[in-house]
Ligand binder design. Structure first.
Ligand code: SF4
Length: 441
């Protein structure tokens, strides 16, 4: 065990966190399980909530009034399922919920969930969220060790997601891509839950783990076929939580597409950039906070490069842009200096995808989320500026009617665009004896 101090979690004399299991919401399959493994490496008993289902929606809907966004419903429903499971002991349960200080409802999740749990008779069940001021102090975790391990978990789980999305559409044996992904997540969690004293030793172990993952994916037999490549942007939870978006990525793959998904680390880079911008605006460019933020970003970049470098060949053609480039892309439509939130990143990344030569862009958004609504107003201009690339919002609130039909129509537009677009996407990585995936066009 390292770094954990006794912590009551709620300040009311309830059992300390050491006696509770911490349940975490699902984002991507890999990222949530990897983050739970990092918590375990610091002596906390952390797991991911069971897969969402109809009961999730039912409980979430029963205890929300309709003003909340869809991710609140899903995460709250999953938490209540844990509390109401047969034999559940509330004194042994705590929940983790990320939070934010941005302009949207995300910052209200933690206080809202606390109030719902209190009203349902669980006032002592902690809902823990990292805070702007205190970081992970609520968890008894202090120092940079946890933050660095958590960042490495984000980068490595993003790598696994990319390997999956690059392989699964072309797999010759159904389920083999998912099998390689699952085995790689288990492997990654085994590495992350070890309490390394030396960060360099952890990095070396993670590098070996990523190379093992690459081998697993390279061993997946693939078909050589042409598919339109669709970039996916949108609200982070709805985009990455398969249940919330009604498994849109699988539906696109089943309908003949391949997908390039905006990853989790992109959001961290955006929040880094945004906090530096706000420090600048507040005249704190040379403050201790700004120095701390620069040092943190320096080590994040260093770790990201170290983890990605051995796989550069595999991701040739799929290079992620620096956040500066994303924000510059957004500038003509939604300047980052005057707007805050995911919408800037989504617009900037949609432009990047268009320039990169992809065949279409989908924005996944919860129904009523302002990010999606604002982006939807801007995308026609982006499309006009980029040869008519199809860009479409898909909204989700758990009541979709004919998603397959909508996916089919969108892919038809993407195929048409693919035939006439002025940009060509360069497929770089060679898979399976020099063959492998290639795109339509
Ligand atoms: S981005 Fe939209 S859906 Fe997500 S928390 Fe904010 S308001 Fe809710």
């Amino acid at each position: 065990m390292r770094g954990v101090k006794a912590n009551s979690g709620n300040g009311h004399g309830a059992p300390s966190l050491a006696e509770r299991k911490i349940w975490m919401p699902r984002l991507t399959e890999a990222s949530s399980r990897a983050m739970a493994a990092v918590f375990r490496s610091f002596g906390l008993d952390a797991v991911v909530t069971p897969p969402s289902d109809e009961r999730t929606r039912e409980l979430g809907a029963r205890h929300t009034c309709g003003d909340e966004c869809y991710p609140t419903k899903v995460t709250l429903g999953d938490f209540l399922k844990v509390l109401q499971a047969p034999g559940a002991d509330p004194s042994k349960i705590a929940f983790f919920m990320a939070g934010g200080q941005g302009p949207c409802r995300f910052g209200q999740y933690v206080p809202y969930m606390r109030s719902v749990l209190a009203s349902l008779g669980y006032p002592d069940v902690p809902v823990l969220g990292p805070t702007f001021e205190g970081g992970y102090a609520d968890f008894g975790l202090s120092g940079s060790g946890f933050v660095r391990s958590a960042w490495r978990a984000v980068v490595t789980s993003d790598i696994l997601m990319k390997l999956l999305l690059k392989t699964r559409p072309y797999e010759a044996v159904a389920g083999s891509g998912d099998g390689a992904h699952e085995a790689s997540i288990v492997d990654l969690c085994r590495v992350l839950e070890v309490a390394y004293r030396d960060p360099r030793a952890q990095l070396a172990a993670l590098n070996r783990c990523m190379l093992r993952a690459r081998t697993r994916f390279r061993e997946v037999p693939v078909r050589d076929e042409a598919r339109p490549l669709i970039g996916i942007v949108g609200e982070i939870f709805c985009r990455l939580n398969n249940f919330s978006n009604d498994h849109l990525v699988r539906r696109l793959e089943a309908a003949g597409a391949a997908v390039w998904m905006n990853d989790v680390s992109e959001w961290i880079w955006y929040t880094n950039d945004e906090s530096m911008r706000l420090l600048d605006l507040g005249g704190k460019r040379y403050s201790p906070q700004a120095l701390g933020a620069r040092i943190r970003a320096h080590y994040q970049k260093k770790d990201e490069d170290a983890l990605l470098d051995p796989l550069r060949e595999d991701f040739r053609g799929y290079e992620e842009p620096e956040m500066r480039e994303v924000l510059e892309n957004a500038e003509p439509y939604l300047p980052a200096s005057g707007t805050s939130g995911e919408m800037v990143v989504n617009v900037g990344k949609a432009v990047y995808f268009a320039r990169k030569g992809l065949d279409g862009v989908i924005d996944i958004s919860p129904f009523t989320c302002m990010n999606g609504i604002i982006c939807e107003a801007i995308y026609p201009r982006v499309s006009l500026d980029y040869a008519g690339i199809p860009i479409r919002n898909f909204y989700f609130d758990g009541t979709q009617s004919d998603l397959e039909r909508d996916v089919g129509i969108f892919l038809e537009m993407a195929r048409n665009y693919c035939r006439r677009k002025p940009w060509k996407w360069v497929q770089g990585a060679l898979w399976h004896n020099g063959g492998g995936a290639r795109r339509a066009g």
